[in-house]
Design a protein around this ligand. Structure first.
Ligand code: SF4
Length: 384
């Protein structure tokens, strides 16, 4: 946990996309001009210099460029940003270095550039192997674009690839989801993320929610259980609610979030757990750029919480329970000084009896059914 360690994960937010997907409520804008991008990237490099000084003494063992679409800023800008990051932070040679990529933005030169810059893991958003579902989602790439990007990355020497897929898409059936999974598994990426579609306020899907033909609740549940079974049978361990990996390829960076380890988020909308505090920066790109220009980085913080031991405790339970291994009861007692069962045993009883949670002498963890309804179980036991 963060207060035991001097290792650090770095997240870098690139809030630009080529176009906006119909379901997306991430902090990203489509169609930003060169000037806006240049101003933002300049501000981001300045933040790296400021936060790099604060992180002296920390060893960075994971880097994650997310967004938005980090690859949408072009090779030379990405190269410049990564060079600045290496200058400002002490990054281990064998750090896991992930960049998220939209298949529409990867070409041979870009794939080679990623490799040259030390990127060793790429996360590709496929979502579906079906043209009609991709169209519904507003994705700008085809299955062929994805496949070409995947092979270009492999040819460039990227040996760790994640593929995102989605279930619960409008017009999707259990069969079409199964076909998507089969297709992805046939490529043997090291990691697969399978997310259920959420209809978020402020998105085109939310606006048209009454006319969307979504799979029913039972069907969506079957898709989730099927994904867990099918991927496990094919060698992918279900190590987190939405994540599956071949042995040894669990995402080190994301595991920092679930293990409540230290991480520093750079850029607008980025969140950090660092120096005993959890804090998040503003989503507004212009506000972020202007604050940094005027030497007022602190004014971009829109949420801040001092992580007392009490706050850490519920956070720890909430995040560790996302992992397949769950809460290790011995480690929990060593960290917080009391028994997990004395605090949660009675609250968990119904969920254990109902087959959603397994609680034995060593750990407390979700079953696959429990993972599917994890939010409501955790809300109930943590009184959220
Ligand atoms: S590419 Fe990703 S970040 Fe960009 S709009 Fe689509 S889902 Fe959102």
């Amino acid at each position: 946990m963060y207060f035991n360690s001097k290792s650090l994960g770095l997240y870098c937010h690139i809030p630009f996309c080529l176009s906006k997907c119909a379901y997306c409520d991430f902090c990203s804008v489509a169609g930003a001009g060169r000037r806006v991008k240049a101003q933002y990237l300049d501000a981001l490099r300045k933040e790296m210099r400021i936060m790099g000084k604060k992180a002296e003494g920390y060893v960075v063992d994971s880097v994650f460029f997310g967004g938005g679409t980090p690859t949408s800023i072009g090779e030379s800008e990405l190269k410049r940003l990564i060079a600045e990051l290496y200058d400002c932070f002490y990054v281990l040679d064998d750090a896991e270095f992930t960049v998220e990529a939209n298949p529409a933005t990867v070409n041979k030169r870009f794939a080679n550039t990623l490799k040259e810059c030390g990127v060793n893991r790429v996360s590709l958003g496929l979502q579906s192997a079906h043209a009609n579902e991709l169209k519904k989602l507003g994705r700008i790439h085809s299955l062929e674009d994805f496949e070409e990007s995947y092979h270009l990355l492999r040819d460039a020497g990227i040996e760790n690839i994640n593929v995102d897929v989605m279930f619960g898409i409008p017009d999707q059936t259990a069969e079409s989801f199964l076909n998507t999974l089969k297709y992805v598994v046939s490529l043997r990426p090291e990691h697969i993320s399978a997310y259920g579609l959420q209809i978020e306020p402020g998105t085109p899907f939310f606006e048209h929610r009454d006319t969307l033909v979504l799979p029913g609740e039972d069907e969506e549940y079957s898709m989730y259980v099927y994904a867990s079974e099918f991927l496990s049978e094919n060698g992918y361990g279900h190590y987190e609610i939405s994540n599956f990996a071949l042995p040894g390829f669990e995402c080190k960076h994301n595991k920092k979030y679930w293990n409540v380890d230290s991480y520093l988020g750079l850029g607008c909308a980025a969140h950090s757990l660092f120096g005993g505090e959890r804090f998040g920066r503003c989503e507004d790109i212009q506000q972020y750029v202007s604050a940094i220009k005027h030497g007022a980085l602190d004014s971009t913080v829109v949420s801040r919480e001092v992580m007392t031991l009490e706050a850490m405790e519920s956070e720890y339970v909430m995040l560790r329970m996302r992992l397949g291994e769950g809460v290790d009861k011995k480690a929990y007692k060593a960290l917080f000084g009391f028994d997990f069962d004395s605090k949660y045993g009675s609250k968990l009883k119904n969920f254990v009896d109902g087959g959603f949670v397994i609680s034995d002498d060593l750990s407390c963890r979700f079953t696959t059914d429990g993972m599917y309804v994890s939010n409501s179980v955790l809300s109930s036991i943590l009184d959220l």
